[in-house]
Design a binder for this molecule. Sequence first.
Ligand SMILES: [Zn+2]
Length: 197
Amino acid sequence: MKHKPALPLVNTPGSGNSGCRTPKSVMVRLNNQPITQGEIDHFVYVACKKHGASPVWVTLSNRKTRRRWGTAWPTQRRVTMYRHSVWVFLHEMAHMLVPKGTGHGPAFARRLDELIDMWASLNKEEIMEVKVGDKVKIREIHPRDAWYPNRDRLEGLTLTLDYVGREYQDTPGFIDCGGSSPIGGYYRFAFVRVEGI
Ligand SMILES: [Zn+2]
């Protein structure tokens, strides 16, 4: 999704961004950078794992609202984003990874700075090249694939990469590797066919 026109702003009063050491120009760039569900899934997995936090369920809402760009419910581990930008995502994720009652205080600003750094380093990561027919070894399963009936038996298995494309997302027998990259590198929207299960 494109954001037009580009917003020169990153916050509304009291949103805690002023406490960040990240330059405002970077914040503005991130707030004009659209984010995809695949990028969200990947980041949520890495960030929650690093902090030993429960998974977070992020919804990209198309409902129009002038009042807010996103909402976070830390107790329910849920985020809804109305503006689908990297910046809004990182802001709401910071709420999910600070102690209760932190609000937009200094601890929030520090966490947000850290998540901005994490975003930058993750996105410099090499994207692993995989092709249909490649044999890939499952290293770990993304928590969002918990619906898969034989999840516990998949780790360590060698599977055949069957298709690369998001349209197979809800097909039984396919695993979404977009988040955790169970085959040992970062790549997105790839799906593997499970053999012998
Ligand atoms: Zn906030």
